[in-house]
Design a protein around this ligand. Structure first.
Ligand code: FEO
Length: 397
């Protein structure tokens, strides 16, 4: 399947309705994804990106129906990650001498993955490639999402090929932002930002400002995942600036795991206390053993504060809690407050362990946390409620 985007620009990618995990098992894709590749048929023909490796034969066979592969003058590798470059070995088997345009780091990554010495041509920000009347202008965008990443811009058609940036893991046959369910779309956008781009927020702001400073008119953003932004493409750029600026909503998220329900009871009573003290705040609870970790990260991203709970086991914490804390540490959230809680039977280290990781992860830990021996009794329940009230009050200062 292919379709026209504008004039001589066509989508030639792959919609992956089956995908449920991405980056190995690291990212859940409840709504599948797309690997967007684009064919620009001007006097010169450029192919922008390919697709993930399992679909390489299908991709090249479909591409050959669109155009004689030998008529492709340039292959543009905006990003070497396998979901975009996976079809290179199959494609280059047919056209081994066709030049590939990418950044210096792109060459390293592509060679590192495929161990091939293809006809690489290194480009930098501001370099131009003539397609005849129109040109491609390259913009390096390191760490959005890998060191090799770049964007390219097609003059006259005013299309930015933004690779991972502004994308979503969202399979749809509609393929344009104005045609899809907006709630689904923006949920997938914020989940993608929260889980993938959060650590690079300062670079996101810098890169968007740099691109805006070029004063290039922008009609369409062709991302490499999910929908193409053709209606008001500036809206997703504005959202990125908002999300990159230490985004938070009036939300407190309580995440925990529990063995015999003591820590769950604590979580629920703390939530009751928060709500009692602040009727406006949105309190959400998630048992980490039962909830998709990327959905949890999205909720943490939206929160002004989090509470993390685990009982003590073997002088440590439960695996589900340790796992999410490792993920949180890597994402480098900023401007969020936190505290820990948990039940124990004898040694009771969990609260200290969680608090230390939260501190190390850049959270403002505003309370030494709440430990409770065995299951909370009436007095314990009261302590949890009071702890929640105090937390809700203290985070306002
Ligand atoms: Fe869609 Fe960083 O790859």
């Amino acid at each position: 399947m292919s379709f026209k985007i504008k004039n001589n620009v066509f989508w030639v990618g792959k919609t992956d309705w089956e995908l449920r995990k991405f980056h190995g098992d690291e990212y859940s894709t409840h709504r599948g994804s797309t690997y967007n590749a684009y064919l620009i048929k001007e006097e010169k023909v450029a192919l922008v990106e390919t697709v993930w490796a399992p679909y390489s034969e299908e991709f090249v066979a479909n591409l050959a129906k669109e155009i004689d592969l030998n008529k492709i003058d340039y292959v543009i590798a905006n990003h070497a990650e396998i979901d975009h470059s996976g079809a290179f070995p199959e494609l280059m088997r047919h056209i081994p001498d066709t030049p590939i345009y990418c950044t210096k780091n792109g060459v390293k990554s592509l060679k590192g993955h495929y161990h091939q010495d293809w006809n690489f041509n290194i480009v930098k920000t501001g370099d131009r490639l003539s397609l005849g009347k129109k040109e491609l202008i390259f913009v390096e965008a390191p760490m959005l999402h890998w060191p090799d990443t770049m964007f390219c811009y097609l003059t006259e058609d005013e299309i930015l090929f933004s690779n991972d940036a502004f994308g979503q893991h969202y399979a749809t046959e509609y393929m344009f932002n104005d045609l899809v369910d907006q709630t689904e779309l923006f949920h997938e956008c914020i989940k993608y930002y929260a889980n993938i781009l959060t650590p690079f927020s300062p670079l996101v702001i810098k890169k968007i400002k740099e691109v805006l400073s070029f004063n290039l008119p922008l009609e369409i953003i062709c991302t490499s995942h999910g929908v193409i932004w053709r209606e008001n493409p500036g809206q997703i750029v504005e959202k990125y600036l908002e999300w990159a600026n230490d985004y938070q909503e009036n939300q407190i998220t309580i995440i925990y795991d529990t063995m015999w329900n003591g820590t769950r009871m604590m979580a629920e009573k703390i939530a009751y206390g928060i709500k009692d003290a602040d009727k406006e705040v949105n309190v959400k609870l998630f048992n980490l053993a039962k909830t998709d970790k990327n959905d949890v990260i999205t909720e943490v991203f939206k929160s002004k504060a989090i509470l993390v709970g685990s009982p003590t086991i073997n002088r440590g914490i439960l695996v589900s809690v340790a796992g999410i804390l490792e993920q949180i540490k890597g994402l480098k959230f900023k401007n969020k407050k936190a505290a820990a809680f948990g039940c124990y039977g004898w040694s009771g280290e969990s609260v200290k362990i969680i608090s230390a990781v939260l501190e190390e992860s850049g959270f403002d830990v505003i309370d030494e946390g709440l430990r409770m021996m065995w299951n909370p009794d009436d007095e314990g329940i009261t302590k949890c409620v009071e702890f929640g009230k105090k937390f809700a009050t203290d985070i306002s200062f």
